[in-house]
Every structure is written in structure tokens, then in C-alpha cells.
Design a protein around this ligand. Structure first.
Ligand code: CA
Length: 189
């Protein structure tokens, strides 16, 4: 039995490259700017409509007390928190992970719900990979108003010709709040 356990641990750990670092800056949202926004992240749109919020919540985190919360007060809003121009090696396999919690999500007909978009050329113009609760609504048995506890979303992708990728975590034509924490992008074998 001991041998089997040992083998399983070795197999799992061999997927991660030794010393592989998390390429996401402030992925645990420990750093907060004076205006309450997370350091190293860009909020879109630049000027938020009244009631739309993107700010670090100091009372709710996945592995700690702090995450970023994105709130849309009505279904007509589309709000993002982005990290662009993340340098990657071309033709290399990466694993992306994020933890997301949702509260009272209500979706419009044209919604993408709560999602993560990983884009080519350091931007978010064309997709390299997608993940997030919006892609798992059926599997997660979502019924509006939809709430769910901290859930891990992960996707593995090849960077292809890209030397940088862009990351957008967003609430798309959906009302409610998501909390996002422990964002991680690491090279894998
Ligand atoms: Ca955190």
C-alpha cells in the first residue's frame, strides 16, 4: 500500500516543473491600492457606473481573508478585472487555476455569466483558453439567483506562438457578485 501511495505522489509532482513560478502578479489579492482596487490588475471599464464595484474584499478570501469582489447591480453591466501582457514561452504548456465564489447571480439572455478569458498577444482580443463558472452552469445545476461557494476552475493550454498572454476575469451582462482568489499560471510538462 505504501508503495502505491508513493508512486501516486511522484506521478502528480512530476507534472509541475521544478521551481515553476506563478506568472500572475498579486494573484492572492494581498496588495491593495489606496482606492481599494487590487494592485497589478486593471479594472474595465475605467469609469464604473454607479453601483458597479471592483474592489478587494478584506473579509472574504479563499486561503486567507482577502480576494477581489466584482459586483454588477443589474443585468445590463459587463465588468472585468484584467492582467495583460503576461510573458510566456512560446509552444509551452501552461496550467491556469483560479478560485471563484458567486452570490445571487442573475443572467440576462445575452450573458456570458462569470468567466475567465485567456487571450493571445498579451491582450484579450482572441481566445487561447477559457474557463470559469459560466462554462459549467449546467454541470453546477445553476438556477437564478445562483450562488455557489469557493470552487476551483482550471484549464491547461499550449501558448503556441505567443510570447505573452492576457487574462480577463469578468461578469458579463449578469447581476450579482463574484469573489476571485488564488489566481495561478504555471508552466507544466
Ligand atoms: Ca487571497
Amino acid at each position: 500500500m505504501k508503495k502505491i501511495v508513493f508512486f501516486a505522489v511522484c506521478t502528480l509532482s512530476s507534472l509541475l516543473l521544478p521551481g515553476a513560478e506563478n506568472l500572475i502578479k498579486n494573484g492572492d489579492f494581498a496588495k491593495v491600492a489606496a482606492d481599494g482596487k487590487p494592485v497589478d490588475w486593471t479594472v474595465w471599464p475605467k469609469k464604473l457606473a454607479p453601483g458597479v464595484k471592483v474592489e478587494v474584499d478584506k473579509n472574504s478570501g479563499h486561503n486567507d481573508d482577502q480576494s477581489v469582489a466584482v459586483t454588477n447591480p443589474a443585468k445590463k453591466y459587463y465588468t472585468r478585472v484584467d492582467q495583460l501582457n503576461i510573458p510566456v514561452k512560446p509552444n509551452t504548456k501552461y496550467q491556469f487555476k483560479v478560485w471563484i465564489k458567486g452570490m445571487n447571480l442573475e443572467h440576462s439572455k445575452k450573458c456570458g455569466s462569470a468567466r475567465v478569458f485567456i487571450g493571445a498577444n498579451g491582450s484579450v482580443d482572441s481566445p487561447v483558453a477559457l474557463t470559469g463558472p459560466g462554462l459549467r452552469r449546467a454541470q453546477m445545476k445553476a438556477v437564478d439567483p445562483w450562488s455557489f461557494d469557493w470552487t476551483e476552475f482550471t484549464v491547461t493550454f499550449n501558448s503556441k506562438k505567443n510570447t505573452a498572454i492576457g487574462l480577463s476575469i469578468y461578469l458579463h451582462f449578469t447581476q450579482g457578485t463574484i469573489w476571485v482568489d488564488d489566481v495561478e499560471l504555471v508552466e507544466v510538462k
